[in-house]
Structure formats: C-alpha cells, structure tokens
Design a protein around this ligand. Sequence first.
Ligand SMILES: [Zn+2]
Length: 306
Amino acid sequence: MSLDRRHFLAASASLATLSALGTARAATAPHRFTHGAFEISVVSDGYLALPTAALAGDAPAEARAAALKSAGQTGEQYQSPTNCTLIRAGRELILIDAGSGAHFMPSAGKLTENLEAVGIAREAITQIVFTHGHPDHLWGLVDELDDLAFPNARYVAGAAEWDFWHGANAERGLPSERAGFVTGARRSFARIKDKVTMVKAGDDIVPGIRVFDTRGHTQGHFSLEITGGDGLIVGGDALTHPVISFAHPDWRPASDHEPEVAIATRRKLLERLATDRTRLIGFHLPFPGTGIVERNGTAYRFAALS
Ligand SMILES: [Zn+2]
C-alpha cells in the first residue's frame, strides 16, 4: 500500500481522536533497563477490558472478592495491561509479542504509536517472538490495513503452539465465544508462514535468550529466560494477575486452555522465581510488569520493581 494512504488514514484517525477527546492523549513511555548484555524496554500496547468474573469463576466467592478488592478491581470489568518486551541484542531488535493490533479491542493496539513516540521505527524490528497465539499477543503483526506492521521482521513461534492452532483440537476445545480466536490465529500465522522459525523448549532465539516450556495457558505457551545477573524471565501469560496468579495459583482463570496444566506450570514457575530471585516481566501485570516473586505462607506475592 502507498505511504500516502497510510499517512492519510493516520491523520484522519488522529483528527477523529482529537475531536473526540478534545485533546491528544500522551503516549505511554517505555520502561527501560539494562540486563547483562541486553537493553530491555517494556512497551505498552494499551490494555484489555475484561470481565472480572473470568478471572477465577470457580473460586470461593468471599476469597475471590477479597483478592479482587486488594487488586483494586471491584467492578464487573477490569483493565488488564498489555506489556510487550523489546530487547536489543547486538544488531538484533527483538520484540516479544506483537500486541493486539487494530482489530481486537479499541483500548489496545497502541504498540506501534508508543514505539514511534520514542523514535523506534517499525522497520527497525528484526525479530518478533510469539509466546502464544492469543489475539493480544499475535494479531498486532498486521496494521489497520492488514499490511505487515513490522515489514523487516522475521518471526519465531512455538512448534507446539503452531500445531495446536492449526489442528482440530483448536475448534473442538475452545468455548464458542472464542471461535474467532482460531480464525484470527490461522489468518495471522498464514501471513508469516514463509518467514517463521519454529522453536521448542531449550532453543535459543539468540545466544543468552532461551525458550522454556510454560504450557497450560495455551497448549504451546512458552516463556523466555535471559541470562545476566539473577536472571530475567519474560513470562508471557503464565502469570497474568498481580494478586490471583501469585496468592491463588490453583484458581482457574477462564483464559487458560488447560487449567490443570496451567496450575502446575504456575506453581513450578513461582517456586523457581522465588528461589532464584529472578526478575519477571509479566505481559498482563501492572505496567511495566516488572518485579520479583516472594513466598507468602503456602503461596506467593508479586513485588513490583521498576
Ligand atoms: Zn494475553
């Protein structure tokens, strides 16, 4: 598509936003730090508006209400932040998850504007790694016109995740309201099928950035461990809520495809994080989603650190 058309649309969109709000909304600045040989930036993609009931439908009502209250979530909906991680590794500029793009929720899909606000062009991204195939992580690989949003990037996906979304279980195993997730995942993956590398647990994205298995949220969900200091884990959606995932890892969020596997994965990951004092970046934890895990009785708590 022509640049003119893109600029025209972008200008129309900003004019519409300006007239709707009366003022321009400032971009969210990335959170930056150095870790070992890597420069890390956590970049907001905006947030999702989700039903509170989906967080732990099977939990005892009183304990659930108390957990939500301590997270400041007392309404029927809550805002779930979406934090993409950008890693500069030598000449590579690696994005972990591409955000929601323009076609999932109006409150999300802000990644490219937040990158551009700090002078990072979409063309500069060399690799995009997908922790899993849910819309808020995958659909942002295309822009509002369905062109590739990061035109020079190569892609990395989990072989097990790719197989799940393309197999018959994706249609049979998901609730009907998520049928669109299957269509969306297949459409998105089809766009990159010639530029994608499949990985499995133990594979390196580049030296010092390694894939490890955190399945359960989806069948092929993985996280990344990054060497340096006490370590850094980009956890994707293994731990999604700042209170429930840590204080009640055995509760079952509706978004987990395989609840029992997700519980075992959470417990193992929490124990490792608490023992090693490894820093975590959580995709849905309060921006920038960085912190450490502490033991708290028989469970854990998240201590945000920026
Ligand atoms: Zn997610």
